[in-house]
Structures are given as C-alpha cells and as structure tokens.
Design a protein around this ligand. Structure first.
Ligand SMILES: Cc1ncc(COP(=O)(O)O)c(C=O)c1O
Length: 437
C-alpha cells in the first residue's frame, strides 16, 4: 500500500521498523516525519507537507534531493550494472571514482578501500594501521591515540576510538582501550595531546582525529593551526595520522576537505556521508602509498589485508559519487558553500543574542546552537527542534545543541528562514518553560 495519512504510516513504521538512536516505545507519539519524496533542499511527507532539510538528512545530502543530473548518472549506471564484487576483481565505476578522488584528496599517492558506512571506513583505517606495523615486524604498537568527545561511528572498533556518550557507555566492556587526550572543548587540546605523544608514541599504531570539527560532540570547533600542530607532531614521530572526514568532507567546512584548510596530509583518511551527495551508501578508507606499500608481498601471503565487505566498490554508488564530485565543481558548490557559511554566520547573530542560547559554534556550514536551559528544564534541544519541524524546518538536536547542517545548495533566503525559525522556536520553548507552574 502506497497511500495513507502520516499517522497511518507512523503506525506501520512502528510496527515493522527499528530506528537507530530512537526509543521505539515513544516513536509513534513523537510525531515522526515520514518522508515520501524529496526535491532540492526540501523533503515532502506522506501528507504532502514540505520541510526544509536543514540537517542534510543527517549530514549526507549536499546538492539537493532527487537532482536531475545525479538521477541521470544513477539511472545510466543501473542500466549497465549495479554491483559486482571488488574482492579479487574490479569494476569500471570504482576505478573511475578512485581516479577522480586521487586528484582531490590531500593524501600522498592514494589508494581507496571502499565500504558502505562511515563507521566501516574508520574500522578499516584502525585495522590497516595495526597491520601496517605488523607487516614491518613491529607487533607491540597496538594502542591508538584519540580525543575526548570524539565520535567515529558505532561498530565496536570505531566505538572504541570514540569517546562514550549517547548512552553507549553500556558498551564500555567491548571497547578496546585508547590513549585519550582532551577534545576541542579544551583550548589546549593539541599541546596536551602532543605531551602524551612524547611519552607514548612508540606504543601507538595510529592517532585519529576529526579535523577542525567534532561534529557529533555538538559541533565543537578548533583552529586549523592547532590541527596542523597536532598532525605535524604525530607524523614527525612516525605515527600514522588518521583523519576521519566522514562528516567534514565534501564541502561542509567551506573546502572540499577540512584537512586542506589545516594544510595537512593524513596517512589514512576516512570518507563517507557526502561522498555520494546523500544518494547511496558509500564510504572509503584512503591510504597513502607509504601505508599501502607495506601491504604488498607474495600472493596469498601474510602481508595481504584480509578484510572486505560484500558491497565494497558498489558500482551504482561509485558512479553516483563520481558524478557528484563533478557536479560539485561544475556548479561551483564548494565556493558557494563558503559564501553560504558567511551568510549563515550573520543570519544566526539574533539566535546567538538570545538569553537562552549559550553559544553558537560554526565552521563552514557545520553549526551547533547550544541552548542554555534553566535549571531543571528538560529536553530543550528536542523541544526546540520539534517546534521548528512543526513550522517546516527539519532540525535534529544532539542533547541541548541544535545542529544546523544545511546542504551546500542552500540559498541565502533559506538560511534566513532557518535562522528566523530558530529564534521563534527557542523563544516559544523558553516561554512554555516560564508558563509552566
Ligand atoms: C566523524 C564521523 N565519523 C564516522 C561517522 C559514522 O558514519 P556512519 O554513520 O556512516 O557509520 C560519523 C557519523 O556521524 C561521523 O560524524
């Protein structure tokens, strides 16, 4: 059945689908938006209501939903082939994508190991770093340096380099230990990490960061200089640097990659989310030639990287990603994103001035509006976002931080709508709080 009201769809949804990071017992009552279709920067629900996608469908969409040019590329590839395995064989779409990415990623002479989710790209990077040392006969470099507040995904390895939160502490017994140094909420995070490096670098298989922005931590931001100082210190000590650009990649920070803004060249880089413009799942672990070449050896020998996913190098996803990258450049969207970010900064000034807003943090289009609820108030982030959704702007909080992550294709008028909606929503929730006995 393809028809029904939003309430009917929500009932069917709750009866059959399990949503991540969602309490299913409360799902149906929380008025979920059930999307039927998308067009440009908007989503349409089953009742025909329109929502401005101000979170880019959880930070993946870049140039609009159902884009005619990207649709054409997907359809053309579907007529050729959707998938064939990359284990031991190749496909033309994956080769073409790797070639175009080679020209733009800030990694020396790179090779690409494809997967489907950001977490898998991180997992691959962790394992590659581990075996990189093993292949050189070094078996005691088994530790990782990772930052406080870090988020790298939800598989057990990526969860381990991530720093708790979101109710994931439950899984602590499954996490492997890491050397944890402060996150971007500490202005001295880089210096403190470097002093830990001085002492422990010989134990490290790798160090991992989200360059410039710790997104899931509530958009914690840092300076390019600090990232560069940290990266320089890691690499000067011979430790591979993993840059997780799953969230920051593909234009969100105002450059194609945040690493470029920092002037760094990681040894391993993780790509995901925006790589296909939010169309189809695809991720990649990018390895420099120094790393990659340590895996070369005799056929079926121990230097081989024994890891792979069924959908690695999916031809449909790769064809979309290749066309998406072309479109980013053809449409000048990286420059446009930087301009839009400037406008967003100005448009959010009235939001930042509200007495119930603690701080607005932003790097490029990645923005966090941290609310300042009164003592004892609950779920402000959720309530503000719900108020925004009711007026047609789709937002989602991380605790009391409202994340604003518009697509690169956002217009100035749409940015103004987001800002005005936020002011009204925050004021409405604050007024409700005061009105409550
Ligand atoms: C920096 C970072 N790394 C990894 C991930 C995990 O990506 P995925 O949800 O595609 O597994 C995320 C997701 O938000 C992320 O922000």
């Amino acid at each position: 059945m393809q028809h029904g009201t939003a309430a009917q769809w929500a009932r069917r949804d709750a009866a059959a689908v399990w949503h991540g990071f969602t309490q299913m017992a409360a799902y149906e009552q929380s008025a979920p938006v059930i999307v039927e279709r998308g067009e440009g920067n908007y989503l349409y629900d089953t009742d025909g209501r329109r929502y401005l996608d101000a979170i880019s469908s959880l930070w993946v969409m870049t140039l609009g939903h159902a884009d005619p040019d990207l649709n054409r590329a997907a359809t053309e590839q579907l007529h050729r082939i959707s998938h064939s395995t990359l284990l031991g064989n190749g496909n033309t779409a994956a080769i073409a994508l790797a070639e175009v990415l080679r020209a733009v990623v800030p990694v020396a002479d790179p090779h690409f190991l494809f997967a489907s989710d950001g977490a898998a790209a991180v997992e691959q990077a962790i394992k590659i770093a581990f075996q990189y040392w093993h292949n050189q006969g070094v078996t005691d470099r088994t530790a990782y340096l990772a930052l406080g507040s870090a988020y790298h995904g939800d598989s057990v390895g990526s969860l381990s380099v991530g720093d708790g939160g979101f109710g994931t502490d439950l899984f602590d017994p499954l996490r492997f230990g890491v050397l944890r140094t402060p996150g971007y909420d500490d202005p001295d995070w880089a210096a403190r990490a470097i002093s830990v490096l001085d002492e422990h670098h010989q134990e490290l298989a790798a160090a991992v960061i989200e360059p410039l922005v710790q997104g899931a931590a509530g958009i914690l931001v840092t300076d390019p200089d600090q990232v560069a100082a940290f990266a320089g210190a890691v690499q000067a000590r011979g430790v591979p640097l993993i840059c997780d650009e799953v969230a920051t990649g593909f234009g969100r920070t105002g450059a194609l990659f945040a690493s470029e803004l920092c002037g760094i060249r990681p040894d391993l880089m993780c790509l995901g989310k925006g790589i296909t413009g939010g169309y189809v799942p695809l991720s990649a672990t990018v390895a420099s030639s120094d790393v990659y070449e340590e895996f070369l050896g005799e056929d079926l020998g121990p230097r081989t990287f024994y890891h792979g996913h069924s959908y690695s190098g999916n031809a449909l996803a790769c064809a979309v990603a290749t066309r998406h990258l072309e479109l980013l450049f053809e449409r000048g969207l990286i420059d446009r994103a930087a301009e839009a970010a400037e406008h967003l900064g100005k448009a959010l000034a009235p939001v930042a001035a509200l007495p119930t807003v603690k701080e607005v943090r932003r790097r490029g289009l990645m923005t966090g509006v941290e609310l300042d609820p009164p003592e004892g108030a609950s779920r402000w982030g959720r309530r503000v976002c719900a108020a925004a959704v009711r007026t047609g702007v789709l937002l989602r909080p991380l605790g009391d931080v409202v994340v604003v992550m518009p697509p690169l294709s956002i217009t100035d008028t749409e940015i103004d709508t987001i800002a005005a909606t936020l002011v009204t929503a925050i004021q409405a929730v604050a007024a409700e709080e005061h009105a409550e006995p």
